[in-house]
Design a protein around this ligand. Structure first.
Ligand SMILES: Nc1ncnc2c1ncn2[C@@H]1O[C@H](COP(=O)(O)OP(=O)(O)OP(=O)(O)O)[C@@H](O)[C@H]1O
Ligand SMILES: [Mg+2]
Length: 403
C-alpha cells in the first residue's frame, strides 16, 4: 500500500542494519539513521560537475543523464563521507514532497536500486510524516523551504491532495530581494576608508554571502510596522516607524558593509506582498483551507505546522499567524470562511529537519518492510508507484481493496 494513501497503526521493528533516511532539499540535504533524533549531516545539495569540476546544485540539470551523474556522486558522498555505512542491502527512507517531479523520483530510484543496490526504498511525503513528530494525524502543513513554499493539508492521516498550494516564495526569493535592497541602499567602506554605495563596488552578491547576511541580520517585522512602511512608500506624508539599528557586516578583505535597518526588515517582505494574483504565503494558507471539505477546516486551522528552514527566521511564525488572522476578517475570505481560531504547533526539532525527523520515526516502524518498494519488484517492473500514475490508482483497485 503506497504511503500517500495515509497511515494506519504501525508497530516498531528491530533490525541490525539501521535504515538510512534522506531528505533531499533544493538547498540542503538531511541524512541520517532511522530512530535517531536528528540527522547525522545537513549537507549543501551540491556536487562537483564531472565536466567543469565546479560545484553545482544537484537538482540543476540539463538532461536525465546529468541528473543521474549528480545523484550518483552526491549519494556516494553522503554514504561514504558522512554516514560511513555500506548502502548495499540496507533499507532507505526518502522524504520527498508530494509535488516532486516524477522524473526526479524515478532517477533517484534507479540510482539507489541499480547503482547502490539498496534492499528497498520507501518514498514518504514530507508533509504527512512531519505530523508524526507531533503525534497528531490532522494538520495544515506549511513547508517554507529554499525553492518554494508548499502547503498540503493532512486530515486524519490522509493528505488532502486537491487542496495543495505552492508558490516560489522561499529562501531564494528572500535572497533575491535582499540582494536588490543591498545594492540599492547599503554603503560600504573599503581599505581606502572612503564610503561608497555597494552597487558602485560590485554588481552582484553570491548566494552564500546573501544567506549569511540573511540568517545573521534579517528578521520578519510585525504586521503593524509593515503596514506603516508600505504606506510610507506610496505616501510620504505617512510617518514611517523608527528604523531598526543598522549592522556593520565584514565582507571579504577589509571591506565593511553597513546594512541599514530598513533593509534588514524589508528583505523578508516578499513572502507577504501579494502578487498580481493577490497571492502570498498567508493567502495560500486560506486558499488551502477553502479547498478542503467544510467540516475539516476548523480542525486544520487549529493545527497548523510550519516547517522548512525559512520558517526559522525571527518573527516568521508570529507574522504568518497575525496576517492570517487579519486576512480571514477581510473580503473575499470573510464572506466564505468563518474561522476565528488559528494555532501553530511547535515540533520537537529545528524547523529545517522536522520532515527528516518524521521520516526517521517512520523508518523505525514496520512501514519500511510492509510499504516499501523492494529491489526485486523494481528490477522486474522498472517503475515506482506514484499517486499521479493511473496505473496504480484506478477505481477498480480501490474497489478490490475495500471488499
Ligand atoms: N536559522 C535559520 N534562520 C533563517 N533561515 C534559515 C535558518 N536555517 C535555514 N534557513 C534557510 O532555510 C533555507 C533552507 O531550508 P530547507 O533546508 O528547509 O530547504 P530545502 O529543503 O533545501 O529546500 P526545498 O524544501 O525548497 O527543497 C535556506 O534558504 C536557509 O538560508
Ligand atoms: Mg525541504
Amino acid at each position: 500500500m503506497p504511503l500517500y494513501e495515509g497511515l494506519s497503526s504501525l508497530s516498531l521493528i528491530n533490525e541490525k542494519n539501521t535504515t538510512v533516511v534522506f531528505d533531499f532539499g533544493a538547498a540542503y540535504t538531511k541524512a541520517g539513521f532511522a530512530g535517531e533524533n536528528g540527522p547525522r549531516v545537513i549537507a549543501k545539495s551540491e556536487v562537483k560537475c564531472r565536466e567543469s569540476g565546479r560545484l553545482v546544485p544537484v537538482f540543476q540539470y540539463r538532461d536525465d543523464d546529468e541528473l543521474r551523474h549528480h545523484l550518483v556522486d552526491f549519494i556516494h558522498k553522503l554514504y561514504f563521507r558522512h554516514l560511513l555505512v555500506n548502502p548495499k542491502d540496507r533499507r532507505v527512507v526518502v522524504v520527498e514532497s508530494l509535488l516532486c517531479p516524477t522524473k526526479l523520483r524515478s532517477t533517484l530510484a534507479k540510482v539507489l536500486f541499480r547503482h547502490y543496490e539498496v534492499l528497498c526504498v520507501v518514498f514518504v511525503p514530507s508533509h504527512l510524516v512531519s505530523l508524526m513528530t507531533l503525534g497528531v494525524t490532522t494538520g495544515l502543513v506549511v513547508d517554507l523551504g529554499y525553492q518554494e513554499a508548499t502547503i498540503v493539508p493532512v486530515y486524519e492521516g490522509v493528505p488532502v491532495l486537491k487542496a495543495w498550494q505552492a508558490l516560489p516564495l522561499g529562501g531564494r526569493a528572500i535572497h533575491r530581494s535582499l540582494c536588490e535592497l543591498l545594492l540599492d541602499r547599503a554603503l560600504t567602506v573599503g581599505e581606502d576608508g572612503k564610503e561608497q554605495r555597494l552597487s558602485t563596488v560590485m554588481e552582484d552578491l553570491s548566494d552564500n554571502v546573501l544567506e549569511d547576511i540573511k540568517v545573521r541580520t534579517c528578521f520578519v517585522t510585525t504586521l503593524d510596522r509593515s503596514g506603516r512602511l508600505q504606506s510610507n512608500k506610496y505616501d510620504r506624508s505617512v510617518e514611517p516607524p523608527p528604523p531598526a539599528p543598522s549592522v556593520r557586516y565584514p565582507m571579504s578583505g577589509s571591506r565593511i558593509l553597513t546594512i541599514p535597518g530598513t533593509v534588514r526588515e524589508m528583505a523578508t517582505e516578499v513572502l507577504f506582498e501579494r502578487d498580481e494574483d493577490l497571492l502570498s504565503v498567508p493567502s495560500m494558507i486560506l486558499d488551502a483551507l477553502l479547498k478542503c471539505p467544510i467540516d475539516t477546516r476548523h480542525a486544520l486551522a487549529d493545527n497548523m505546522v510550519l516547517i522548512g528552514g525559512t520558517a526559522s527566521l525571527k518573527g516568521m511564525k508570529h507574522r504568518i499567524l497575525s496576517e492570517v488572522r487579519a486576512l480571514v476578517m477581510s473580503p473575499p475570505f470573510s464572506d466564505v470562511l468563518q474561522i476565528k481560531s488559528f494555532k501553530v504547533h511547535h515540533p520537537p526539532a529545528k524547523d529545517n529537519y522536522v520532515a527528516w525527523l518524521g521520516g526517521a520515526i517512520l523508518g523505525g516502524t514496520e512501514a519500511v518492510v510492509l510499504r516499501s518498494l523492494p529491489r526485486d519488484q523494481y528490477l522486474t517492473n522498472d517503475i515506482v508507484p506514484d499517486w499521479c500514475n493511473l496505473a496504480f490508482n484506478t477505481k477498480e483497485e480501490h474497489d478490490e481493496k475495500s471488499v
